[in-house]
Design a protein around this ligand. Structure first.
Ligand code: PRP
Length: 185
């Protein structure tokens, strides 16, 4: 599997360092918010399957505040008759009214997935709704979405895999972010 990777663009150490920074920053931000309302329930961290799983597993362990976590699963139909349609396959298990929510993504590309998720969750009136993504491709955006915490901005239109990101469901288990060789991508 490894010989089909053209080059590594974000190493294990760089990911680890950035995840620790994000965890500390997010913890500090929510600690400050909770201080204003001592009765507020713990932060609910929501991972979007499948790509966010490795990032979220590391991020929550870099956070030192009380939190709960859950997952949502969505499907995209990028090449069908309704390009950009996003359907929710697995919803949250609990009510979110008046709670603090942090959505965790592996990558924000066109923004369509996040837009659909945020629209649905906003209607349930959480106290706060923020987004953390490991990777951001702002130049690819088709729908404007608010992103509060970004691990790395990808400067070019690279097709990246690893650390949760797939090509045909493979490569999600790579511990680094890499670019596939041209014949594979
Ligand atoms: C990927 C990624 C984001 C979405 C971003 O998910 O995990 O959810 O695409 O793209 P967008 O900004 O253009 O909507 P994908 O549908 O590939 O599913 P996966 O998480 O199971 O890999």
């Amino acid at each position: 599997m490894l010989n089909t990777i053209e080059r590594m663009i974000i190493s294990v150490d760089e990911i680890g360092q950035r995840v620790r920074e994000l965890g500390a920053q997010i913890s500090a931000d929510y600690r400050a918010g909770a201080g204003r309302d001592p009765h507020r329930r713990p932060l609910l961290v929501v991972g979007l399957l499948k790509g966010a799983m490795p990032f979220m597993a590391d991020l929550i362990r870099a956070m030192d505040i009380p939190l709960e976590y859950d997952f949502m699963a969505v499907s995209s139909y990028r090449n069908g008759t309704s390009p950009g349609e996003v359907r929710i396959l697995k919803d949250l298990d609990c009510a979110i009214g008046r709670r603090d929510l942090l959505i965790v993504e592996d990558i924000v590309d066109t923004g369509r997935t996040l837009h659909r998720i945020l629209k649905g969750l906003s209607a349930r009136e959480p106290a706060t709704l923020r987004v953390c993504t490991l990777l951001d491709k702002p130049h690819r955006r088709e729908v404007e979405v608010p992103v509060d915490y970004v691990g790395f901005v990808l400067p070019e239109n690279l097709f990246v895999v690893g650390y949760g990101l797939d090509y045909a469901e493979l490569y999600r288990n790579l511990p680094f972010i890499g670019v596939l060789k041209r014949r594979e991508a």
